[in-house]
Design a protein around this ligand. Structure first.
Ligand code: GLC
Length: 493
């Protein structure tokens, strides 16, 4: 029943996936309409980014009501229909859970704003008097600038992200009770699991001490957060087959603490998002990922992209080289044991889009480029994503990345992903929890799934190289005279 252990989870950035009503913004009914595609692609589960009531200061990660669907994305009926149909297509559904903060529009925060310093309404958040005419401590927001905003009455409130995302006070029992209510609410509607946003956040140290250079970051990874994870785990474990994965930005040596038997099932990391296309660096990152989960019951997890970082095609240099490298890395990831998270559009080889400042909407200003809607078919402006104007413009050049065309073309990036996913779920070589590395030319690596004959080889050097022995199952680019070209990977058995 531990389906997540080797699952491929597909992240749907709902806003950018498919729009069913012509307002230019993706929605739940749009996702439902594409379930056939996702089944064909061959993924096991979905992760839906927040679709809850929100003023969209951070596109849904600012939640005003965690137990309601924002009208932009649909309604509860649309959600229920999506879950029912996803299950009929053999797909699990996991959803985002934002526990670190609410929207400033949440009824709790509105009440806090309208109440006096020291009131119970303010005690659900972190309100403090200022210090020397400035904020209460020296903490910075992840999005830049001080993590505090002043109220007219002299109190300041804490927000580790945008000012529209006030941090909840996890020493307040009401905050616990409310998250529990939210989790039960969605479990009752049939979800198969959660992705915990900022899973290393939530709890804060007593007294909110200043950050000191060279010492652990007091904003995150505080001991109290583990009690939150124990609460969540107990709730999901109530029904077999439900899982909880958490976004973790903590040092490797702190990672396993979140994966104790009564905490998260899966820890998500940024590891491969920060690593250049180099055999040495990628291998080291993979080994570190295995080491970080050693001694836990959790599988390692792998991800090449998400809604917060530039897409791999762009990170690896852009153009045909960036694309070839991204395809090669897809085979590396999908060749590994563990849970793989794909981000919508990755399977199409989409690059980041360099959007003009006037159309960008992200509060950090940096993340719109990876959030441009999916080009399904047809042409501008909607590309089958919408019958209206897409919320971010889809570039004309994406006419050569259409899903409709890539489905027909056996050499397309989409076809490589489909074939890889098919092999991953059907070929007997994809067994075991470990990999063994063996000798490879400089700038290359090769690993075998332990206890199996399946081999994955990566060529990140500038020269074509001979393949390890075995029958070729799949390559990310065509072989050159029997050799693996630069910027390519192969699976053999
Ligand atoms: C996580 C999300 C990111 C969001 C932030 C605040 O890092 O992945 O998109 O902006 O949390 O909720």
């Amino acid at each position: 029943m531990q389906w997540w252990r080797d699952a491929v989870v597909y992240q749907v950035y709902v806003r950018s996936f498919t729009d069913s009503d012509g307002d230019g913004i993706g929605d739940l009914t749009g996702v439902r309409a594409r379930l056939g595609y996702l089944e064909l692609l061959g993924v096991d589960a979905l992760w839906l980014t927040p679709f809850y009531t929100s003023p969209m200061a951070d596109h849904g990660y600012d939640v005003a009501d965690p137990r309601a669907v924002d009208p932009v994305f649909g309604d509860l009926e649309a959600f229920d229909a999506l879950v029912t149909d996803a299950h009929a297509h053999g797909l699990k559904v996991t959803i985002d859970l934002v526990g670190n903060h609410t929207s400033a529009d949440h009824e709790w925060f509105r009440a806090a704003r309208d109440s006096a310093p020291g009131s119970p309404e303010r005690a659900r958040y972190h309100f403090r008097p200022g210090r020397d005419d400035g904020p209460p401590n020296n903490w910075q927001s992840v999005f830049g600038g001080p993590a505090w905003t002043a109220m007219p009455d002299g109190d300041w409130y804490l927000h580790l992200f945008s000012p529209e995302q006030p941090d909840l006070n996890w020493t307040n029992p009401e905050v616990w009770a409310d998250l529990e209510k939210t989790v039960r609410f969605w479990l009752d509607r049939g979800v198969d699991g959660f992705r915990i946003d900022v899973a290393h956040g939530m709890s804060k140290p007593d007294g909110l001490p200043d950050a000191v250079p060279g010492e652990p970051d007091p904003r995150f990874d505080h001991e109290g957060v583990h009690d939150v994870h124990r609460m969540l785990r107990a709730l999901v474990d109530h029904t077999a087959g439900r899982m909880v994965a958490g976004q973790l930005c903590v040092p490797d040596e702190r990672f396993a603490r979140y994966l104790r038997p009564d905490e998260l099932h899966v820890g998500l990391t940024h590891r491969l998002l920060d690593v250049p296309f180099s055999a040495e660096a990628v291998r080291a990152a993979i080994e570190d990922a295995f080491a970080a989960v050693a001694g836990t019951r959790s599988p390692p997890s792998w991800t090449l992209s998400n809604h917060d970082v530039p897409r791999p095609v762009t990170r690896y240099g852009g153009g045909p080289v960036g694309l070839a490298r991204a395809r090669a890395m897809a085979l590396v990831l999908l060749g590994l044991p563990g849970t793989v998270y794909l981000y919508n559009g990755e399977e199409l080889g989409l690059p980041d889009v360099d959007l003009p400042a006037e159309v960008r909407q992200d509060p950090t200003g940096h993340r719109d480029g990876c959030r441009v809607p999916i080009p399904w078919e047809g042409g501008p402006p909607g590309f089958g994503f919408t019958t209206g104007e897409p919320w971010l413009p889809i570039p004309d050049e994406w006419a050569d990345r259409l899903v409709a065309d890539q489905l027909e073309d056996t050499t397309s990036t989409l076809s490589v992903y489909r074939r890889a996913l098919e092999l991953r779920s059907s070929h007997p070589g994809f067994t075991g929890d470990e990999v063994e590395w063996f000798g490879a030319p400089e700038g290359c690596f090769a690993f075998r799934r332990a206890g199996s004959t399946l081999v994955c080889a990566l060529n990140a050097s500038a020269e074509p190289v001979p393949l390890p022995p075995g029958d070729v199952l799949l390559t990310s680019s065509p072989l050159h005279g029997g050799l693996l070209p630069p910027d390519a990977a192969a699976w053999l058995a």
